[in-house]
Design a protein around this ligand. Structure first.
Ligand SMILES: [Zn+2]
Length: 306
């Protein structure tokens, strides 16, 4: 067993509308997680209550349900939306299944991932290390989509659409009535994470689609941010990686061995990429993500050159 700190909070100063509530789970474990913080949303419409992600563990969802006032769910269809299959977004579902009968919706590839041996292995590993994950059960979505799916709640519409880049199964949600974009992990503060070299182009396209929506408010799962400026900031960061990677490859070829220190290789340090970080974030994770982003970009550019 590894020692850890786990906490939970309702977040009242991010959402622009009382019908979209934000809940946050925190997890710290020495050497592994330095204050990981993840947000989930509950969208309360006339016809249905939509849980957008289920946080880290069933206990988190118990606290979410407790925080919602009693009659919020009464007589309404309960839906669960998975933003993608990463563990920090979908491991709390079992609590809802034990008490209610929600319909679970996600991308087709999210279902594939949640049924995979890799995700089972990951859960097993976490359960061995941390008692808090013992009650977790992997629950794949029952309804899946590839491009998009609309939920008509009456007063609010939730337009779900594929937003690949961070992961292939990443989706985002757009609520046109209040011009709110739920970006989940497709945007991130201080920097986004590209899932694989073949997702680089998807990432740029997803950010372009976000820009075209012209949201007045953007919520993302990590980083305590709600500003639409994050779309520009994330795009600029990725374009910077692209241009410095292209400049390097114009000068020399790069082997896999040389990618051990990618930030140094293209001359774009973590400190320069993030600037002044106002929030308490997991710097170990983001420094690793910055290095991985550069590797993805270099591998993608190299694959196009051959
Ligand atoms: Zn995440």
């Amino acid at each position: 067993m590894v020692s850890f700190l786990k906490s939970f909070a309702g977040v009242t100063d991010l959402s622009p509308d009382a019908r979209v509530q934000v809940f946050r789970s925190f997890f710290s474990a020495p050497g592994e997680f330095d204050n990981l913080s993840v947000d989930a949303y509950v969208v309360i419409t006339e016809r249905c209550v939509v849980f957008c992600d289920t946080l880290l563990c069933p206990e988190d969802m118990r606290l979410v349900c407790e925080a919602l006032s009693d009659d919020v769910m009464k007589g309404k269809q309960l839906l669960v939306i998975y933003s993608h299959a990463d563990w920090d977004h979908v491991w709390g579902t079992h609590y809802l299944l034990e008490r209610y009968t929600p319909v679970i919706i996600g991308h087709e590839h999210c279902r594939t991932r949640l049924l995979s041996v890799e995700e089972k292995r990951l859960l097993h590993e976490y359960q061995e290390n941390f008692a808090v994950f013992r009650p977790v059960v992997l629950v794949p979505p029952a309804i899946t989509f590839r491009d998009g799916l609309n939920i008509y709640g009456g007063d609010l519409t939730l337009e779900l659409f594929s937003a690949p880049g961070h992961q292939m199964d990443q989706i985002a949600g757009w609520i046109p009535e209040i011009q709110l974009l739920l970006a989940f992990d497709a945007l991130e503060y201080p920097l986004p994470g590209i899932g694989a070299p073949e997702l680089v182009l998807d990432m740029f396209r997803t950010l372009e689609r976000f820009r075209e929506l012209q949201p007045t408010c953007v919520l993302c799962s990590h980083g305590n941010m709600a500003s639409p400026l994050l779309i520009e900031q994330n795009s600029r960061y990725l374009r910077e990686i692209e241009s410095r990677s292209r400049a390097l490859l114009a000068r020399q070829l790069v082997s896999e061995d040389e990618m051990a220190e990618p930030a140094q290789l293209i001359g774009y340090s973590y400190a320069e990429a993030t600037g002044v970080v106002r929030e308490q974030i997991d710097h170990v994770y983001y420094e690793y993500t910055h290095a991985e982003n550069i590797r993805c970009m270099l591998r993608w550019l190299l694959s196009m050159a051959t």
